[in-house]
Design a binder for this molecule. Structure first.
Ligand SMILES: Cc1ncc(COP(=O)(O)O)c(C=O)c1O
Length: 438
């Protein structure tokens, strides 16, 4: 048998340079490779394997569901689908709301926009999104994303999408002097954009509430202010929680960090929903939005939406988060991770900023000069020394995530405390080796 290199197109890479490991199994935070090596996963692959790999409870639920019923179309009923929807509505406190199940995160965002445009009767209503965001790689999701890698491939105007600057406090696009001011001004920019179009022409605002894989971690005053401005103007607010939910930011849903003042009108989910064991996404809709759809034909649906195997995996995953206390564990370990990363920043001048840590998601922004904050490479390029560090880490048995100048730390929530400190000790050594003090 040949390798994937000859037969498969791989995402987000130059095909001729593909040389990623082949994984044959896993347990907890570790992946087992074809060549017999074991890798400690510090990225949850794509920030999705929140429960670690091959979680026994999820695997057993998939097996049991497969023996009973593999598939029924989403036009008909399926028991695990009903159970998962009820559980999500209860966890979100969206009484009387409804859940639309999708295949993953991008189509959850597409469906959220499509469904809300239909609910409001504004099929071409403008959707306001943010620069330096990521909402997925299908066509509309790419247009929603403020992602430098795919900007030239889509025409957001043609899809009625309008972008505003992000709450990037370390390099605040609004010239703010501190985090709070940056959060306020970034939220006010959304209000100003709604007013520019006029609320009757706007269908929704879609934002990652707290942390995003493009490296933004919003100041804490940002999301409640976005909520306030959108509510005052009657505009539905979609929280893209594809990455940030299920403990990643220390809560079931990252917006819950801000209590009722942060409650959105719709939440999009995927990744940790099944602990990534099977593809599944969801749009959780408030009662108010769901009620508007009650007497209309919902003009959408994909054959595999709400697949029973995925839903059974989702029910088991939610039970595992709860019974194993993983949301609180992520909050506790995330705070410890942030402290340790700040200690690393004290030793390594290449670390310009340490962000996150509300749960097991943290970002190190690497700079050429800490005083001037000059980036190590122009965004979104990966600096060669960071690439070399990541390769050396993998050779030493640890896989870290990265994006451009950023090192992303997002291990499974089940990672052992010793495993976490071993990974950070390796990172400490490698930062010293690849970015020596001058
Ligand atoms: C915030 C956010 N939204 C949407 C997506 C897209 O999800 P998927 O890759 O399942 O389509 C991602 C994936 O990284 C994400 O982080």
């Amino acid at each position: 048998m040949g390798t994937e290199r000859e037969s498969v197109l791989h995402s987000w890479c130059v095909q001729s340079q593909w040389n990623a490991p082949t994984v044959v199994g896993g347990a907890g935070a570790r992946l087992h490779l074809e060549d017999g090596r074991t890798i400690l996963d510090m990225s949850s692959l794509a920030e999705c394997s929140n429960l670690g790999h091959q979680h026994p409870r999820v695997v057993a639920a998939i097996r049991a569901q497969a023996e009973q019923l593999c598939f029924v179309t989403n036009a008909w009923g399926a028991k695990p689908r009903a159970e998962l929807a009820e559980r999500l509505l209860a966890l979100a406190g969206f009484e009387g709301g409804r859940v639309f199940f999708t295949l993953g995160g991008a189509d959850a965002n597409e469906h959220a926009v499509k469904i809300i445009r239909q609910a409001l009767g504004r099929p071409r209503g403008v959707v306001i999104a943010r620069d330096r965001s990521y909402h997925g790689a299908t066509h509309l999701a790419m247009a929603l994303s403020g992602d430098a890698r795919s900007r030239a491939l889509v025409d957001p105007d043609a899809m009625h999408v309008s972008h505003v600057e992000p709450p990037y406090a370390y390099r605040c696009p609004f010239g703010s002097s501190d985090h709070v001011q940056c959060g306020e001004r970034a939220a006010a920019a959304i209000a100003a954009r709604i007013d520019h179009f006029g609320p009757e022409r706007v269908a929704a605002v879609i934002v990652e509430p707290n942390a995003g894989s493009n490296g933004i971690v919003a100041p804490d005053n940002y999301w409640p202010a976005v909520r306030r401005h959108t509510a005052e103007r009657g505009i539905p607010l979609i929280a893209d929680e594809v990455m940030s939910a299920f403990g990643r930011c220390g809560e079931w849903f990252a917006w819950q960090r801000y209590g009722d003042a942060g409650r959105p009108d719709a939440i999009t989910l995927a990744k940790g929903l099944t602990g990534a064991a099977l593809p599944l996404g969801a749009v959780v809709l408030s009662h108010e939005l769901a009620a508007r759809l009650e007497q209309q034909v919902l003009n959408t649906g994909l054959t595999y939406c709400g697949h029973p195997l995925g839903c059974a995996a989702g029910v088991a995953a939610l039970a595992a988060y709860e019974d194993e206390g993983l949301i609180g564990r992520s909050r506790r370990l995330g705070a410890a991770l942030k402290l340790e990363l700040e200690r690393l920043a004290g030793r390594h001048h290449v670390i310009g900023d340490v962000r996150g840590g509300h749960g097991l998601f943290a970002v190190l922004e690497l700079v050429a000069d800490r005083a001037t904050r000059e980036p190590l490479a122009p965004w979104p390029q990966t600096p060669p020394a960071l690439k070399a560090l990541l390769d050396a880490a993998l050779a030493a048995g640890v896989s870290f995530g990265s994006r451009g100048n950023l090192l992303l730390l997002a291990p499974p929530l089940v990672i052992g405390e010793q495993e976490l400190s071993d990974a950070l000790a390796l990172l400490d050594r490698l930062l010293g080796r690849f970015f020596p003090a001058t």
